[in-house]
Design a protein around this ligand. Sequence first.
Ligand SMILES: [Fe+2]
Length: 338
Amino acid sequence: MSGIYQLALFDASPGTVLVVDDDAQVRGLLVALLRPRGYQVETAASAEEAQERLKTLRPDVLLLDLHLPGKSGQDVLAHLRADPVTRLLPIIMITGGATGEERLRAMAEGVTDFVAKPFAAEELLARLKSLVQMKRFTDALEHAEHVIVALARAIDARDPYTARHSERVSTYAGRLGAATGLTGLDLEAVRRGGLFHDIGKIAIRDAVLLKPARLTPEEFAEIRRHPVVGRELLSGMKTLAFALDVVYGHHERLDGSGYPDGVAGESIPLTARVTTIADIYDALTTARVYRAALTRAEALTIMGEEARRGWWDPRLLDVFRGVLEGIPEDVARVPNDI
Ligand SMILES: [Fe+2]
């Protein structure tokens, strides 16, 4: 087990539980059951109060009554699942006389578990314990991903000319991916993959990475290894597996003249081709040691010529021209979509 996982799992406290129920008696019962066992218990009597509490409270588990006055438990559930911060929060729905249909709807909305009133205390405690543990695992994974992103930012910052490069690539690639019709994990792959596509540059020496003069063949070989190193670095993380194609393939060219494998055409995953367009565009429109930043029109002209030469996917480049109309040309103003 890695240090990061140990760190997050080291928290030995039973956990924090938010109880959302309009019935004061039920709230009191749960508090009386959980507090003596070491849980930190907070309560809310309505959906609105729960949403207010969740602005500051980060519970490990939410116990949510299905039938609330005003906004229902279903509404709270849908709201929480749409918010990236609470997307993975374990939610146990407390059901009194729930119909089969209501339970099915809750499952479709992403409820984690159900408990029926009246509670069997031992059963509820057992479920809570395992869900808190699950929450700590997902927190640890999320934490690990934040470390990777922080590392990618640090790599950009090694070279003052590439500061915030990865964030912009993520934004451009995400917008282009969506416009191309990518959805789900593929869209997530270009957004997340854009962020850490150059993570393998960690293995390139400053003397090479920041060299203001022409690279020797050996130095260029060192640069060309960064997609391979990047994939090696991330391949141990199952949660990032979906983005490895982007990391590995973002320097391939359509005609097979790219690296690391020199694969051509549709053998290059679409997610990688999308990210390449974003990467090249950002490199051209930001200043480098050896040249000033190009304007959008200049960059698109060069990329158009390179697409005709067979390097980039011309169809994607056409879509990208349209996408850019919705993004400011000044790189300092490119929105951060992360
Ligand atoms: Fe790269």
